[in-house]
Design a protein around this ligand. Structure first.
Ligand SMILES: Nc1ncnc2c1ncn2[C@@H]1O[C@H](COP(=O)(O)OP(=O)(O)OP(=O)(O)O)[C@@H](O)[C@H]1O
Ligand SMILES: [Mg+2]
Length: 368
């Protein structure tokens, strides 16, 4: 079905606006894959304009980039993914924000012999040789150094006429909550607002919550004797009683120690994954190797544990992105895990995802 739509557009090669995205959306509604939502449909009209620019063979002098923001679970990533798949050019790439930043940092690190401007120019040229469309999902830059780096890079990418599409939980002006170097950060947000159309999706429904009806328990709290039993039982059930033998994986030359693993099922705990200086790259490496992560002993997080909270957030993003199933035990219910400390706003997405990850719909989905 979708293929037929996509073919129709790539053959047409017409600059005028088509209705491809809306057609697919209506199709999904008809198939009861999704519920009809006018606010989502309105967003598709804007996405369609950029899509038509991309799908036309005639180059457009200034491509329309997009920045879509709104509350958690509203369907931003779903709509942007629909747009992304409908783009007929093979020169496209989708990143999760933390993955994009970790690749950028890795590139800068490997080119330390160059100065900052040269690094950015070289990286932008590399992206330009590969991409026409860059999709960065869950944009949440909060760090002034990252904002300055992105300001240089995006300036160059916009000059090169690369289309950048982003989703975020915040308007660009609200990205930065810190006090220092506000003016520096503003340079970046101004750049975004000059070069990207800022769209907001304010549907009143969190679709993730509606998946709540889960048959099988995958999240256990509090951390009582039952929690240990739950974790051990889950591991034994899934692995046919495989022995609990320590396991480790390699990532960027580092070794990550894990409690036990059997085929694509891993048993670990909060200490192993979030008390160590691990990052997005390591977590993504784990998602490549495991389909199920059983994680014991997630503590209630607080201001003192803000770094661990940030890592936990990155971990959950990576697991969710790759449809890895999570079975875990925690000190408190999901909603109370982290309510006081840096990044509690961003943590709302983690809470929403943890809820969705308990739902049958998520548990039924294939590993990504
Ligand atoms: N109209 C809809 N009907 C049914 N399910 C929907 C609808 N829109 C989105 N969903 C589903 O709700 C879930 C959350 O959507 P999505 O991940 O796109 O939200 P989001 O706005 O990107 O959230 P976040 O800000 O947390 O990243 C997904 O599983 C998605 O498929
Ligand atoms: Mg999203």
């Amino acid at each position: 079905m979708l293929k037929r739509y996509f073919r129709k557009v790539s053959q047409a090669n017409k600059p005028q606006q088509t209705h491809l995205l809306k057609d697919i959306y209506h199709q999904w509604v008809a198939e009861q894959r999704i519920q009809f939502d006018t606010t989502q449909l309105e967003i598709l009209e804007h996405l369609q304009i950029t899509l038509d620019q991309l799908n036309t063979k005639k180059p457009v002098p200034k491509q329309q980039s997009l920045y879509l923001y709104g509350d958690v679970g509203r369907g931003k990533s779903m709509l942007m993914q629909l747009f992304y798949e409908a783009c007929s050019s093979p020169q496209k790439k989708r990143f999760h924000y933390s993955q994009f930043m970790s690749e950028l940092h890795a590139y800068a690190h490997a080119s330390a012999q160059l100065n900052k401007t040269e690094i950015i120019t070289a990286y932008a040229n590399q992206l330009n040789s590969e991409l026409q469309l860059l999709f960065i999902d869950e944009f949440y830059v909060t760090d002034i150094a990252d904002a300055m780096l992105l300001e240089r890079l995006f300036t160059r990418l916009f000059e090169l006429n690369i289309t950048i599409v982003m989703t975020s939980n915040r308007h660009p002006n609200d990205l930065y909550q810190g006090g220092i170097q506000k003016a520096q950060f503003a340079k970046f947000t101004d750049l975004l607002q000059h070069n990207a159309k800022i769209l907001t999706l304010n549907s009143d429904k969190d679709y993730r919550l509606s998946y709540l009806k889960s048959a099988q328990q995958v999240f256990y709290s509090p951390l009582d004797a039952g929690a240990d039993e739950f974790i051990r039982h889950s591991y034994h059930q899934l692995t046919d009683d495989a022995p609990l033998k320590p396991h480790s994986i390699k990532s960027l030359g580092r070794t990550i120690a894990l409690t036990a693993a059997y085929q694509d099922i891993v048993l670990t705990d909060f200490n192993e994954l979030c008390e160590q200086p691990l990052g997005s790259y390591d977590y993504i490496e784990m998602t490549k190797q495991f389909k199920v992560v059983i994680m014991a002993n997630i503590p209630k997080l607080s201001y003192e544990k803000r770094n661990q909270a940030k890592r936990f957030m990155t971990l959950i993003d990576a697991l969710y992105e790759h449809n890895v199933k999570l079975i875990c035990s925690a000190e408190t219910p999901v909603e109370d895990l982290y309510v006081d400390g840096d990044g509690v706003f961003e943590f709302k997405r983690t809470v929403s995802r943890l809820i969705e990850m308990q739902a049958q719909n998520y548990l039924d989905s294939g590993h990504n």
